[in-house]
Design a binder for this molecule. Structure first.
Ligand code: ADP
Ligand code: MG
Length: 402
């Protein structure tokens, strides 16, 4: 097991004909703790896979260093970094059985020693010689197969497996070697929704049991929210925010994180600050989150963007404090409704998460009440304004399994 650190890591690809060089990672500083499950999330093309490949040693950085377990591994080949990677495409060896695939890394890692080579040669030539190493490998394969519910499939070839089973074999191959760090690059993207949920829980449980430092890449914010001890949000080759799922949800560092984390995304509403206690929103005075009074005090008379999660808006009676709106669309999810409403004063749609038993129809007039808690205010540059930066100032971890 080991901690991982990226220091001022940059990756530039050389220019293609006629075009400028592309800088894919623009200075990443990130530390992953020993035993932590860190999810790297961001839109397609933001550099997630590149970052994993730099850690695995499949690419070399243009600048900066990669550390694993306190060791600078930047110039070491993949085989000497003690990391194991699971890919979206599974990348199983088609001619090897499930057992052969799981054992692959184990065989390869010891095969270089001369004494081992002699043993292997004897065992191959004389069937009654059971090499002690082969015995250990067989035991480890059984162990891993039992963990991943693959014991009944050990003799099958990859083409005889379902997508979910292939993915478990790919995981098994990574686990078998007991690496210091697991790297997983969108390992669930090829699975259907139900299986994705099951496998997601299985990976979380496995990581908890094994306690191996894990970097898990996804573009799916639900995976990010549910799997990681912490989430690193990446956009355009830059780290946007690093924090626990709830820190990111409650205190997004900027508009990008606010919109990327959470589904439906955070509502964004332009407001004008009238006092430390009140803002003007769609022509109405609204009571602001008292926690933000010190911030508002510094912005009186200015325009800001108010971010409010859909569960902090309510369909409410018509009073002169509530905001008049019109229902645009209602999605019934069984346990709750997602209601899209258009605010009357300015032509802006907001999303409201509300009780499932409300009777609402499209085009119906309604009123919205805003909770005066859980506000995030964004300045002109898109960064969140905070009295004291809670998410950033406390890089504490949730307690990791011992
Ligand atoms: P992600 O995994 O977040 O979707 P990637 O790390 O795969 O993103 O890629 C980031 C960017 O780098 C993309 O714009 C991609 O086109 C570019 N890129 C990746 N590999 C290469 C390469 N070998 N040469 C040039 N550009 C590349
Ligand atoms: Mg990728």
């Amino acid at each position: 097991m080991a901690e991982v650190a990226f220091r001022q890591l940059r990756k530039q690809y050389p220019p293609r004909r006629g075009s400028a060089p592309v800088e894919v990672l623009k200075g990443i500083d990130l530390e992953v703790q020993d035993g932590e499950f860190l999810v790297l999330v961001g839109p397609s093309g933001c550099g997630k896979s590149t970052l994993l490949r730099l850690l695995a040693g499949l690419e070399a950085p243009s600048q900066g260093q990669v550390h694993v377990g306190g060791r600078d591994v930047t110039s070491l080949p993949p085989s000497r970094r003690d990391v194991a990677m699971v890919f979206q495409s599974y990348a199983l060896y088609p001619h090897l059985t499930v057992a052969g695939n799981i054992a692959f890394g184990l065989r390869r890692s010891a095969a270089r020693r001369p004494r081992q080579q002699l043993h292997d040669w004897l065992a191959r030539t004389l069937p009654f010689v059971q090499s002690p190493r082969e015995q250990r490998i067989a035991e480890r394969v059984q162990q891993v197969a039992a963990m991943l519910d693959l014991a009944h499939l050990l003799d099958r070839l990859p083409k005889e497996l379902s997508g979910g089973q292939k993915q478990r074999v790919a995981l098994g191959r990574a686990i078998a070697r007991e690496p210091a760090v697991f790297l997983m690059d969108e390992p669930l993207s090829n699975l259907d929704a139900k299986l994705r949920g099951d496998t997601r829980r299985q990976i979380v449980e496995l990581q908890r049991q094994l306690g191996v430092t894990t970097l898990y890449v996804t573009h799916d914010q639900v995976e990010a929210m549910t799997m990681g001890h912490r989430i690193a949000v990446l956009n355009g080759g830059r780290l946007q925010q690093l924090g626990t799922p709830m820190e990111l949800y409650d205190h997004p560092a900027n508009l990008f994180v606010a919109q990327f984390i959470g589904s439906p995304p955070m509502n964004l509403l332009p407001v004008e600050v009238v006092s430390p206690e009140q803002v003007l929103l769609a022509g109405k005075r609204v009571v602001a989150d008292p926690a933000l009074a010190p911030v508002l005090n510094a912005y009186i008379g200015k325009q800001l963007m108010l971010g409010l999660r859909p569960e902090r808006l309510r369909i409410a009676p018509a009073t002169n404090r509530n905001l008049p709106a019109e229902v645009v669309q209602v999605e019934a999810l069984g346990h709750e409704l997602l209601v899209r409403c258009r605010l009357q004063e300015f032509d802006q749609v907001v999303q409201v998460r509300t009780r499932a038993d409300l009777l609402l129809q499209p085009e119906q007039r309604c009123h919205l009440e805003l909770e005066s808690q859980g506000w995030t205010l964004f300045g002109e540059d898109g960064d969140a304004l905070r009295p004291a930066e809670p998410a950033q100032a406390s890089p504490h971890l949730p307690s990791l399994p011992a």
